[in-house]
Design a protein around this ligand. Structure first.
Ligand SMILES: NC(=O)c1ccc[n+]([C@@H]2O[C@H](COP(=O)([O-])OP(=O)(O)OC[C@H]3O[C@@H](n4cnc5c(N)ncnc54)[C@H](OP(=O)(O)O)[C@@H]3O)[C@@H](O)[C@H]2O)c1
Length: 430
């Protein structure tokens, strides 16, 4: 093994940073054999050494991650601080400017600044790798950039937030409401103290924006994405979903047809017979449609110290082996700027739950509004009447344009016999 040791600087020693240092220590011999050279941490940076459960005495310590990125002796800077702005961004920029390869797990940074950073990496002739940023331990970026390089990818669907999938799974299994399960998830450490990024769909959207760019060769467009989280999903809707043969998942879906990209994040009814419906708990899954391969699906842990560190180290070993790929599959200058289809143009099937005061003629009025908006009903469930209580009426539709569905619901919501705002969940069949 005559090649020079590949030196690594790790910025941020929390869950993923600590996991990465430990993985590189524990698997040093195997990694050296696989890469034909040793891969060693030479420098680290964090706010403090307190609470670290591994030895950093052999590494150069930097209080300032940006300073480390500028002046350490490492070939690769691994950014595991987090956040789209501030020190994480400055650290990555400083490392690229210094001609160092960069590996990061920071989806927010790549989703918001990926194009500019990729341009800088390209200008400096170094890699910007981010496998861990999307679906943690699942090698989805590698699959798209390398394994599916012979395909035109048409669609990607994913369950890419373990916190949301845990909450939805537990709500179904235990018959509990969203707030109760969220609190439980926070107590167990599966949800952050401020869970909004996860449960409002932003985390999934960051990942989806990255997948769109790398799969379709288009510029990242986070701002035009439709994003809806899971706060409004109720135990009642989860029960109705089961009755109708579906399971509710927070999905990120990106597709490209006739040069137009559609990117959307929202809760979706997924048919029970599909493999995605059976991805439960904290697990993530990504389904990729390619014209030659047809469909592949990858399932695994989308977060956590060891699965995420596994993805970070995969990126490092690529660099150690001399594998260098364009950040988003093709040179930055060739990324296309394409229009995004607005959600009102989306065409799909829908689940709607109405709480109706059960009086003669009320449902006939609802049916008339649907007809007037070209919305065709596929099925209907009406619960037994409880004296004095509004009854849930659930209907599903055939394929319809979202704008028509929304117009119909706006009219129906204004009826005085409609006791609660209608609940709509999109059905995702393919
Ligand atoms: N956790 C996961 O399962 C997971 C999965 C996929 C991707 N990611 C991504 O991985 C990245 C890191 O996440 P994480 O969960 O490991 O976060 P974390 O546990 O909060 O760790 C962040 C680390 O950065 C340090 N830090 C904060 N400001 C710093 C500064 N100015 N200079 C140097 N170090 C600084 C923190 O120090 P203190 O502890 O002293 O504050 C902490 O050690 C994020 O981009 C996240 O989105 C995480």
């Amino acid at each position: 093994m005559s090649k020079e040791v590949l030196k690594i600087a790790v910025a941020g020693l929390g869950t993923v940073g600590g996991g990465t240092v430990k993985l590189l220590q524990n698997h040093a011999a195997e990694i050296a054999l696989r890469c034909g050279r040793a891969v060693e941490v030479s420098a680290v940076s964090a706010l403090s050494k307190k609470g670290l459960d591994f030895d950093v005495s052999g590494y150069a310590w930097y209080d300032d991650a940006v300073e480390m990125a500028k002046s350490c002796d490492a070939h690769v800077l691994v950014e595991l601080i987090g956040g789209s702005e501030g020190v994480a961004k400055k650290t990555v920029e400083a490392a690229l400017n210094a001609g160092r390869h960069v590996v990061t797990a920071n989806k927010a940074l790549i989703a918001h600044h990926g194009a500019a950073l990729a341009k800088l990496a390209e200008a400096k002739g170094v890699s910007l790798n981010y496998e861990a940023a999307v679906a943690g331990g699942i090698p989805v970026i590698k699959s798209i950039r390398e394994s599916l390089a012979g395909n035109s990818i048409t669609k990607i669907q994913g369950i890419m937030n373990g916190t949301c999938n845990y909450i939805l799974t537990t709500m179904r299994e235990e018959g509990l409401d969203f707030d109760v399960v969220l609190q439980d998830a926070q107590n167990l450490g599966y949800a952050e103290a401020d869970p909004s990024f996860d449960i409002d769909g932003v985390d999934t959207a960051h990942k989806l924006a990255i997948l769109t760019a790398v799969a379709f060769g288009v510029e990242i467009n986070f701002d035009d994405m439709y994003i809806e989280g899971i706060r409004h999903v109720s135990a009642t809707d989860i029960q109705f979903a089961e009755e109708l043969g579906y399971r509710i998942k927070l999905l990120g879906v990106t597709s490209r047809h006739n040069g137009v990209v559609e990117q959307r994040v929202h809760p979706a009814m997924v048919p029970l017979k599909t493999p995605l419906a059976r991805v439960e708990g904290v697990f993530n899954a990504v389904v990729i449609d390619g014209d030659e391969v047809d469909r592949i699906m990858q399932v695994g842990r989308g977060a956590g110290e060891r699965p995420t560190a596994s993805a970070v180290v995969a990126d490092i070993t690529d660099i150690a082996r001399g594998i260098q790929l364009p950040t988003f599959s093709i040179p930055v200058g060739d990324l296309e700027s394409v229009p995004t289809r607005s959600m009102s143009e989306h065409v799909g099937e829908y689940y709607v739950r109405l709480m109706l005061v059960d009086e003669p003629g009320v449902f006939a009025d609802v049916a008339a509004v649907l007809r007037d908006n070209d919305v065709s009903m596929a099925s209907m469930i009406q619960r037994e009447r409880e004296p004095g209580e509004p009854v849930p009426v659930v209907l599903t539709t055939h394929e319809t344009k979202e704008a028509n569905m929304m117009a119909a619901l706006a009219t129906i919501a204004a009826f005085d016999k409609v006791a609660e705002p209608p609940r709509l969940i999109r059905i995702e069949c393919a």
